[in-house]
Design a protein around this ligand. Structure first.
Ligand code: ARG
Length: 466
């Protein structure tokens, strides 16, 4: 039996390895936000009235060290030792090595439980802003595609069977509107995430008068959690709300991907995938496969299972921290990463998508106009059911109609000739404005806290401006 000495006690080496699990690797992604959280915490401690834990000088020394550690992390020079268990104790070890007693004061009035929760909120905030931006970018690209080919006929299908005259514009903006709905869900999850758990400590608060509103403000959060127990309990719940929104984004992408795979296959040939988005076969020289789209289809399933996994881990947990929560970290970080990558890869694909008008037109058969014919009879005064029966009885007599002419008649709101492209664009713009303002607010707060122009960090060796 090998015993390892850690900051929090002596632990058997294999137990340490088992309990730290993937944290020693996953937490590397949290190094930067962990330092930011600590900077806010020590700032608050240094401003506490009556209780003197850290002087302003000591606070500045800690923040300077933290900024240095952040720089090291960006250069890939941040390590979590097995004895650290996680990023939190790794940073404490580094601070104490450099600053001695001052480093040992940093963990006053907090726990790793509120620390990790805060880290994940900060991490998610940045990632969600970027994701929302990319989702809106993709919605914008689909709207532009729809507008460009607004009048290009495309058979509308139900059960995959030819159904009614439709257009490329309708098809493309359907996916755009789905993304705009996903943006609503992302925004809701963003608000759930925008509460600061820091200072809840082990979920029951502390016996010295810390200022949780101050730390929340310093970190650019909208507000602190009201109740310290809920601040702890919200771990996993918040992640699961975000993952649920991500799964919705992936649901939209997977349906777009499936449409593309189908309609770009030679037998349809409606769309031409940019050749650089396909990959070849090692045996069949002629192949150019839609691998990107197939992977998106599969990854949608992965993200929804990550959402389900986090929900399942949290369900039925007792109030207060349980180590189970650590296991929500990997699916959460992975879900964020995968979704972001899938949205990103699609933007240029949509921008460079080719449209084959001839193939699209070849999809039309007289039957596609059957409903239009019945409605023509209705316009002449015939009850719909009689018109329906009449057309059904004479299907063989239906002739070809110019699909463009058929489209021009579908003018009501949201129909092929009634799509309000400007409203799509306006919605995208408005939401982009929200993201920009949020990012400005967030980065402004962190910049003031660290005394640097975050997200930039001072280069190694240069003196930090005060
Ligand atoms: N790595 C841990 C996690 O992600 C940090 C909290 C550990 N807290 C504890 N009481 N063991 O949950």
């Amino acid at each position: 039996m090998t015993i390892r000495k850690t900051i929090v006690g002596r632990v058997d080496a294999s137990v340490l390895e088992f309990t730290a699990g993937k944290d020693v690797v996953l937490d590397l992604a949290l190094a930067e936000v962990d330092c930011i959280g600590s900077a806010a915490h020590v700032t608050m401690l240094s401003r506490m009235p009556r209780v003197k834990i850290l002087s302003a000088r000591a606070r500045n020394a800690v923040v300077r060290e933290l900024v240095g550690i952040m720089g090291a992390a960006r250069r890939g020079r941040f390590t979590i030792l097995p004895e650290d268990q996680d990023v939190h104790l790794a940073v404490e070890r580094m601070l104490t090595a450099k600053l001695g007693d001052t480093g040992k004061r940093v963990h006053t009035a907090r726990s790793r439980n509120d620390q990790v929760a805060t880290d994940l909120r900060l991490f998610a905030k940045e990632r969600m802003l970027t994701l929302m931006e990319d989702v809106l970018g993709l919605a914008g690209a689909l709207t532009a595609l729809g507008r460009k080919y607004a009048g290009v006929p495309m058979v509308g299908r139900t059960h995959l069977q030819p159904a009614m005259p439709s257009s490329v514009g309708l098809w493309a903006t359907a996916h755009a509107e789905s993304l705009l709905d996903d943006d609503i869900l992302l925004r809701a999850a963003y608000f759930v995430n925008d509460r600061c758990p820091l200072g809840s400590a082990a979920s029951y608060g502390v016996s010295i008068p810390i200022d949780r509103a101050l730390t929340a403000r310093l970190l650019g959060f909208r507000a602190p959690h009201q109740n310290v127990l809920y601040a702890g309990n919200a771990r996993g719940k918040c992640e699961s709300a975000i993952l649920a929104a991500l799964a919705q984004v992936m649901l939209t992408l997977s349906r777009f991907a499936e449409d593309m795979i189908l309609f770009a296959m030679p037998e349809f040939g409606y769309f031409i995938l940019p050749p650089e988005f396909g990959t070849g076969s090692s045996i069949m020289p002629q192949k150019n496969n839609p691998d990107v789209l197939e992977l998106i289809r599969a990854r949608a399933k992965i993200v929804s299972s990550q959402a389900a996994a986090v929900m399942a881990i949290v369900q039925g947990l007792p109030s207060g921290y349980s180590r189970d929560l650590q296991e929500t970290k990997e699916p959460f970080l992975e879900g964020l990463r995968v979704t972001a990558a899938c949205v990103r890869v699609l933007v240029p694909l949509v921008q460079k998508l080719g449209v084959n008008r001839d193939k699209l037109r070849a999809g039309f058969t007289p039957g596609v106009f059957a409903t239009d014919k019945a409605l023509e009879l209705v316009a002449g005064g015939m009850p719909f059911r009689d018109a329906y029966d009449h057309v059904k009885a004479h299907l063989g007599d239906l002739g070809m109609v110019d699909p463009r002419a058929a489209l021009r008649k579908k003018t009501h709101l949201g129909a092929p000739a009634g799509i309000d492209f400007a409203s799509f664009k306006a919605r995208v713009r408005r939401e982009q404005g929200f993201v920009r303002a949020e990012r400005r607010r967030f980065h402004g707060a962190i910049s003031r806290l660290l005394g640097v122009r975050y997200p930039e960090l001072p280069q190694k060796g240069t003196k930090r401006a005060k």
